[in-house]
Write a protein that binds this ligand. Structure first.
Ligand SMILES: *[C@@H]1O[C@H](CO)[C@@H](O)[C@H](O)[C@H]1NC(C)=O
Ligand SMILES: *[C@@H]1O[C@H](CO)[C@@H](O)[C@H](O)[C@H]1NC(C)=O
Ligand SMILES: *[C@@H]1O[C@H](CO)[C@@H](O)[C@H](O)[C@H]1NC(C)=O
Ligand SMILES: *[C@@H]1O[C@H](CO)[C@@H](O)[C@H](O)[C@H]1NC(C)=O
Ligand SMILES: *[C@@H]1O[C@H](CO)[C@@H](O)[C@H](O)[C@H]1NC(C)=O
Length: 465
């Protein structure tokens, strides 16, 4: 199993959703019933006609762009600085970008009365796997207006479930059930969209690359950068850590590369790799975790991993599986500690680093001998080592664009709010992202079909089937 059970950033507070009172009128007398019906129809008309007119007007305003965007301050200033619209070369413009100020969580509570019609999301996965995706999420906004955002459990709230905008699945759970007994996505109404969320890699859960599994969904929230709502293992405290913590100097760090790992049976045979490196006595690798422990600790150390990293020049960081874009907090922990990572993981890691020189890339070096040589070079030379941690002192705009995007994304509202806004977009007729999801999976299915048919041609050519 993967090392990190997924827990979403948990917003506090559960506000009870207050239902609009129903318009049931019970009476034994027929006359009163008829009168009651007229009243009901009248009341409905009184309510819906202005509501419909208002909505139409709103849609008109939005569509015609007459309403001024009231983008909330900090985001607006982040967006403008990309330099594409200005005449400047993008480099100068980009260098002006600095780390955002992360606003503290808003405690404004979401109320139903003056919000845009609230968005409701049905959580189809048992609560323990998706903590934080329950109840009312406070402080969400859509187009500058406060937006009600509610996550409900269908079994507890069948009526709200029937009104919900989306069904929300924790990908790994559904994937397991899909394999065990063919369980698939279930929408209860035509207007519901199906949302898949995963922070576990497609290498562990091949469903996420399977068009048959992915086909019924409409949106993806995941570590994959192509997701409609990409999220990463990078946290605000990581960013604050490397920006503000004093770097323990080269001289005060141990030469020994350090390994801290307690999941010893992952898909990637990282223990084998480390065991091979341990055969070089001049590297003198130390392991503090349960895997390949060299420090005589039965269950590994209780000391904080980042504190251990701070005492070493180089740390061995290997993901549990190899999948595009799959970079976990292990790498960011090393960055916080200012320890140079010997990294093995995402095949596209060079796109996701703050700086191409910020790691020792196991995959690029190719052989254990080459890795040994590079480790000795970095740990033996202060200037080389310092050049690998130099990015910590740079401005955000000087770091790689994909890394900048990840840092800037931390200033966005919670993923729960982002999903609600996205669903509000969809409800208002903006289906851009849903369309994007469908297009990408349609493309992949076609690609898959093409490969299959080519496979058939190849097999028939060679006479085996
Ligand atoms: C609701 O509307 C009132 C009046 O327009 C405003 O003062 C209040 O802040 C709004 N509440 C929320 C939660 O947006
Ligand atoms: C929602 O989740 C929080 C923590 O994850 C928990 O304390 C709370 O009881 C949950 N609320 C409901 C209604 O399940
Ligand atoms: C499929 O299996 C899961 C547990 O593995 C169970 O929760 C679910 O109810 C099953 N579904 C069906 C249709 O049998
Ligand atoms: C190691 O872990 C096991 C099981 O988790 C526990 O029973 C044992 O007491 C631990 N030993 C030490 C030295 O902490
Ligand atoms: C529709 O949504 C996309 C993606 O969120 C956004 O970039 C675009 O500006 C939206 N279009 C309109 C007309 O609001």
């Amino acid at each position: 199993m993967p090392d990190i059970p997924f827990t979403a950033p948990a917003p506090p507070l559960f506000t009870k959703i207050t239902e609009a009172p129903g318009n049931c009128t019970r009476s034994n007398k027929k006359g009163r019933l008829v009168v009651a019906r007229y009243w009901t129809v009248g009341a409905l008309l009184l309510f819906f006609v202005p509501a419909f007119a208002f909505l139409t007007f709103e849609i008109f305003l939005q569509a015609s762009g007459l309403r001024k965007e009231t983008a909330s301050g900090s985001h607006a200033s982040l967006r403008v600085s990309h330099g594409q619209h200005t005449g400047h070369t993008s480099l100068t413009a980009v260098e002006e970008i600095d780390y955002p100020h992360f606003p503290s969580a808003s405690h404004r509570s979401a109320t139903l009365e003056n919000a845009t019609t609230p968005v409701i999301v049905s959580v189809m996965t048992p609560q323990q796997f998706v903590s934080g995706f329950n109840g009312s999420i406070p402080g969400c906004e859509w187009q500058g207006q406060s937006l009600g955002c509610h996550y409900v459990v269908p079994r507890n709230d069948p009526r709200l479930h029937m009104r919900s905008d989306a069904v929300f699945y924790h990908g790994p759970n559904l994937c397991l059930e899909y394999h065990n007994n063919g369980t698939r996505v279930v929408k209860s109404t035509r207007r519901q969209l199906a949302v898949l969320m995963t922070m576990e890699s497609a290498a562990y859960y091949p469903c996420f690359d399977d068009p048959v599994f992915m086909g019924p969904f409409d949106l993806e929230i995941s570590y994959r950068r192509e997701a409609q709502l990409p999220i990463s293992y990078l946290r605000k405290d990581h960013v604050e850590g490397w920006r503000h913590d004093a770097l323990v100097p080269f001289e005060e760090r141990s030469d020994s590369p350090v390994y801290v790992q307690s999941n010893c049976m992952p898909q990637v045979k990282r223990d084998n790799i480390v065991r091979n490196l341990m055969k070089f006595p001049d590297l003198n690798i130390r392991s503090f975790g349960r895997c390949l422990n060299t420090e005589g600790l039965v269950n590994g150390t209780k000391e904080d991993k980042v504190d251990i990293y701070r005492r070493h020049k180089i740390c061995i960081v290997m993901e549990n599986s190899i999948a595009t874009d799959y970079v976990t907090e292990k790498l960011y922990d090393a960055f916080v500690a200012g320890c140079v990572p010997l990294y093995y993981g995402a095949p596209n890691i060079e796109d996701l680093l703050p700086d191409p020189d910020s790691i020792i890339d196991y995959r690029v070096l190719g052989s254990t001998a080459a890795v040994r040589k590079e480790i000795l070079r970095v740990m033996g030379n202060k200037e080389v080592w310092e050049s690998k941690v130099a990015w910590r002192k740079k401005r955000l705009g000087q770091l790689s664009p994909a890394f900048q995007a990840q840092v800037l994304a931390l200033a966005q509202p919670s993923v729960q709010c982002q999903l609600c806004s996205l669903l509000a977009d969809n409800r208002a007729g903006n289906m851009t992202l849903v369309q994007q999801f469908h297009d990408s999976w349609e493309y992949r299915s076609d690609e898959e079909k093409r490969l299959e048919s080519r496979q058939q041609i190849v097999s028939s050519f060679f006479g085996y089937h």
